[in-house]
Design a protein around this ligand. Structure first.
Ligand SMILES: Nc1ncnc2c1ncn2[C@@H]1O[C@H](COP(=O)(O)OP(=O)(O)OP(=O)(O)O)[C@@H](O)[C@H]1O
Ligand SMILES: [Mg+2]
Length: 184
């Protein structure tokens, strides 16, 4: 069963391939039993036809293979829990994907290593996109913005090992404070 963090990785990779300058990731557990993952990008977007096709395993703009699984697998995974999935996109503006998971459902995937996934994405893309990450539950809201972090760091690259360690610890705390109530 794919983990929610892996679905997120798939979706963010789509945004990166779409040339996004900013990727906003919102993971919200405020309804306590419903985990909602929202990803917004300002990449190239899709026309209506491509957006509809993207839901199918055979909908891909890749030229090296004929299947594209990121979106259909995330959708299947969310719907299997009785949750929901939506994708809206506008060419030249960007794309928003929302998947919600009923965390009580037996088929709900584990959260996975969210902090490691996010740190890998940030470090593998040190220049662009910028990431705005918001994790929230009923009682807590935690945000991390790579644009702000880079401003504070000045000339120190975000990929510096000490910074990477700090980022991992920071995202681990953020995850624990907000989503700690669900199993990973
Ligand atoms: N955020 C996005 N912005 C623009 N186009 C997108 C975005 N997400 C998906 N697409 C389009 O939808 C297609 C299907 O996406 P999906 O993630 O399902 O498969 P894939 O990325 O092609 O392949 P895979 O995820 O299996 O590596 C992509 O090839 C791309 O053309
Ligand atoms: Mg993909």
């Amino acid at each position: 069963m794919p983990e929610i963090a892996l679905h997120l990785l798939d979706l963010v990779q789509n945004s990166i391939r779409a040339g996004a300058k900013t990727v906003r990731i919102v993971i919200d557990l405020s309804a306590q039993l419903l985990l909602t993952l929202t990803l917004m990008d300002d990449g190239c977007g899709m026309d209506e036809e491509m957006a509809a096709l993207a839901h199918s395993p055979f909908g891909t703009s890749r030229t090296t293979r004929k299947v594209g699984l990121g979106i259909p697998l995330t959708r299947e995974s969310a719907l299997a829990t009785g949750g929901s999935f939506s994708l809206t996109s506008e060419p030249g503006i960007g794309t928003t994907v929302t998947a919600s998971f009923d965390t009580r459902h037996i088929d709900c995937p584990p959260l996975g290593k969210l902090e490691d996934t996010l740190v890998s994405l940030i470090l593998a893309n040190p220049d662009q996109p910028e990431f705005e990450i918001s994790l929230s539950s009923k009682d807590a809201n935690e945000v991390l913005d790579t644009r702000q972090i880079k401003q504070t760091l000045g000339t120190v690259p975000i990929t510096t090992p000490d910074v990477a360690l700090w980022l991992t610890a920071c995202l681990r705390d953020m995850t624990e404070n907000t989503l700690g109530g669900i199993t990973s």
